[in-house]
Design a protein around this ligand. Sequence first.
Ligand code: SF4
Length: 421
Amino acid sequence: MKPLLKNYLSLSANSSAAKGVVDERLKVERRKDHYSHYILRLAFSGTEDLRRRFARVETMLFKLRFQEDDGRERRAFVDSLNLSWDVVADDEKRELYDQLMAASPGLKRDEENSWFKVNWTQVPELVEHRTVLVRKGKAYVPMREQTTMVVNEFTSRLERGLELTARALPRLDEDDRLSPILSHLSKNFAAPDANFSDSDSSLPGAAINAANVDNLSQHFPLCMKNLHTTLRKNNHLKHYGRLQYTLFLKGIGLTLEDCLMFWRQSFKNVTDDTFNKEYRYNVRHSYGDVGGDANRRGRGYSPYSCQKILTEHPPGTGEAHGCPYRHLSIDNLTTMLQATGVHDRELLRGVKEDVEKKRYHIACNRVFDWAHKSEIKKVKDENLWGPAELDTIVHPNTYFKRSYLLRNLNSIPKQDVKMEE
Ligand code: SF4
């Protein structure tokens, strides 16, 4: 983040004026910082998910700045917060000294140590990592953990602020200038959005046809594997599942004719007549063969990115679309991963942690990297791919293409083993 901040959002310490930074520049920096912060608050307060995500990254920024700040200013800032922390008095410190030392790894007995006392709920991370003594509802926090406490305080104040903003948001509904801008900002946030280009679907020598989808499904990300398995099990998928899957199949390079054939053969329990009446049109529509505005005619719709799948139309009962990392309980997700051959306990633990932190696409990437580790090593060792080609996956079709290319390293000519065109 540091080079980006330096270029776009630098924020010098107040004391830097003494070191030659012009006062006017300090004001401009602060104004820019305030504007951007409050614009983002507006854009990211609409849903609980956006609030949580925004609070997480804004907290990271705050932490970085707090740690970088000039020591004297940091102290003045902490004093100005009026936080309800009690410094542990000397007699209490003497009484609890052994327990305090035992609960504070890294502190040395012969050093001058001091502790704060706060409600344990203010420092859940420290409690979770067993690095504080907890007694009668109070956590005894070593002074050096002050940053954690200030940062937690920042997060909880920000979260409260975001909730207040969310309540005020409906008043903006009638404003057709701001609302679209705000909603556009927040849409690109859940996972970095990925645009899909036609070149993404080109795969040298791959047999992409209706008969081969079962075989190709070994390269699908979990969201699409889930749709495929459900389709095979029920011989049917509900509307959003069909839409998500059709666009994905289109994205891997399945032609309209093959896609229609695939759906027709998969819906074993419906007659030709019903299929033609109820399902054919939507598949053609997705491909831009019928309907739509002039813009989409001939092209249809783009395959959904992770960001879109993660944030729009959460699946209801009996529906299989969406992202399993996001929309399934951790138990069901684990069972699903195990059914696809993922049994590594360390990996499953990592996935669980990512999911708990709402980093769904990171969990997905973790599984990808695990499943393709030897191939990834090979393309790195042989300099076949640069870092950009192994960048975090944020689109199911990128997952497919990367998996397909990696698994077929030996059968595809080297110059064709490329993610980017
Ligand atoms: Fe699919 Fe993206 Fe979820 Fe992975 S993170 S399962 S590719 S939606």
